[in-house]
Design a protein around this ligand. Sequence first.
Ligand code: S3P
Length: 443
Amino acid sequence: MSAKLYLSGNLELPGDKSITHRALILSCFIKGEMLVEGALLSQDILSTIRGVRALGLKIKISGAGPSKHTNLLIRGGGIETIALGKKPFVIDAGNSGTTMRILSGMLAGRLGVFSFDGDASLKQRDMSRMLDPIVSMGGQVTYQGTAGKAPFTITGGNLTGGEFDLDVNSAQVSTALILAGLSAQGKTSVSTKAKIRDHTTRMMTHLRLPFESENDGLKITVEPLQGDLRARDLQVPADLSAASFFMVATLLLEGSEIELSDVGVNPGRNLIIDVLKAMGANIEITNERNFGLEPVVDLKVSYTGSLNATNIEAEHIPRGIDELPIIALAMAFAKGDSTVHGAAELVEKESDRLSLIVQNLKLLGVEVTRNGSTFTVHGTGAIKSGAAPKTGVWTTAGDHRLAMMGQVAKLVTHGEFEVEQPECVDASYPGFMIDLRELTCED
Ligand code: S3P
């Protein structure tokens, strides 16, 4: 008989990835010094830091080591100093789609020649979703390899604003176009059809950068920025996406109880809480407050026994896009069938997450049926002892979220399978394995 494992303790989570990227990139518009407390420091963030440093921002990094509450002291000389005298300018965004898309948008209206490249995964991803609109604003984009993909070069400047009704509910694309609009002539409007994370406009409000919001925040309009922004310190909430792996592990491992503090619950990305609660999860939410303009809470999560099945409708997918892999793992051990509708965007991530969710759950002996972008997880009702595979490989394709999902799957099933490329968690959570081991207790 193997020892009983459970999670217990109070976990200090890393800072929010989306907010840290935005703090760094929006700092290109500030003149002065801004302290960003509780930021994330991960490989993706280092890609953005390298990018904005090369553009001329001065950044001092201090704090408690990788991934834990890093402080960034950012000094900006104002937007006119960005990329001054540096041509051509090359940005290697590594694995980070957020770095590539948002920085492209910010730079498209600036004078200069900006070349973007990334790792093998990023080179596969569609960049035309933000570059086509930029071209329609008058931006000049050339592709060095395949059209619509990195590597590409933007010759910036002379943009004219436009109205964009996005087909894809993407916060990265929306942010790229909003930031391009700040350096374009006339107004730029960006609309999405569903609610997305609105970290960008919350940070714009924090930095007193004006914009118009209509249709319950689905349509944002900006005008060209007049002058620089004044620096204003910022506190970054803990990352809910990072929290999600520990939440699901706790729900599934008998005897577990964890506390997570200062967790960001932006309404455009809090689907995981709604879904797990609908499944009957034991989650207590307390201490609701704001860090700047971002809502944060403390969470207490306890083992719940077998969860109920639930469905997710397509309109809610953007609010949980990064958590769908770990949500699928919770569904795998729920009572009955759970269907996720219209999850096509999962294919556009660091890997084809849709195919790999199906493939990896099969390794656990869980059936998943897929019909295009909709999939149904046939929950087993409970984790049966002895059902865990002794051998086999959990395929990650170098995707950090699939690797973290795999580590949780391995822990809760007592599996002995191998999680491929475990080090890829460094993209968003370098201390993930240390934290998981630290919380894991044995009876
Ligand atoms: C992000 C938006 C989402 C998300 C990504 C971070 C952001 O991507 O998956 O991890 O910070 O704006 P999409 O914009 O492609 O939906």
